[in-house]
Ligand binder design. Sequence first.
Ligand SMILES: C[S@@+](CC[C@H](N)C(=O)[O-])C[C@H]1O[C@@H](n2cnc3c(N)ncnc32)[C@H](O)[C@@H]1O
Length: 311
Amino acid sequence: MTNPWEEISLDDYEKHMSLDTVRQLQAMNSIMQEQFAAYPVETAAVLGIAGGNGLEHIDTDKYRRVYGVDINADYLRAASQRYTQLSGVLECLHIDLINEAEKLPQAQLLIANLLIEYIGYGAFQRAVLQTAPRYVSCVIQINSDEEQWVSESPYLRAFDRLDEVHHQMEEKALTAAMVEIGYSLILQESYPLPNGKALVRLDYQKKGEKVINLGDCDNCKHRFGFKKGHTLCDAFPDGVPYEHTEKDVKSLKECNNGISYETKEINEEQYLLCDDTAEHWLITHANECAEFEEMLKRIKSQKGFKRKDKS
Ligand SMILES: C[S@@+](CC[C@H](N)C(=O)[O-])C[C@H]1O[C@@H](n2cnc3c(N)ncnc32)[C@H](O)[C@@H]1O
């Protein structure tokens, strides 16, 4: 028996998701932008990728490999065709996550949006264990009406068989399943939808991983840039290894090459202009408050604005 998702056309799925009464395609797109930017990683696996909504936010300077996984081969073909600019980075894999999790490659970040409801907690745990990510970021849908979990729409008939594979999601149960396999909750955010439903983003970090403290390096006078997910500095001109950023950098006698942490003394404006990390941070957070938005506008409009990266 085929999985119902193999019979749903991408056109029906995307038209349904972008209806004004649903608006999930738009919401998922901005959530994915945040997910791709959130952690210092260079590889990611996106499970249940569908037609690749949100993949335009993959920064190819940061990511060297992103796997897109789905059970529907037509969706994967569409995703590859839509994002030719990601060739060499995006690799689409046709995998049934319920029965073939062992085919998954390893990746540092695992993204699974609106997928766990169709494979269940157990299959998701197996997928996470196989991928062995440092971070997991997923979105689940919380339904106020558990009977009517697909929103009303002219495309509803296309989703008739989804009941066969659908599991009702619950934040606490997902977190318990993740704790069971060694992951702790590090972020929880709710996004209300127009029809009384809500999307909840839950991020987890592998236990035993120390929080990566990019903050200290950001304030060091030896730092001169950021490239492919790594801070660049005089001690590590090719990029600070992630293991190093897990240390208490300020207390080390030496980071590398006889160079140690020294606080940079510049004002905020100079700091924001010094490289593209700050600009990138502002871009990804600009919608959070008017002040950031203003700051970004001001910086971009400054005459002669030039990045000072040595790279
Ligand atoms: C509700 S859609 C979510 C798509 C996308 N992540 C988004 O947020 O718009 C679920 C996706 O998971 C895929 N999927 C469902 N069951 C699967 C399975 N057993 N193995 C792999 N992919 C599956 C579907 O084909 C579909 O693309």
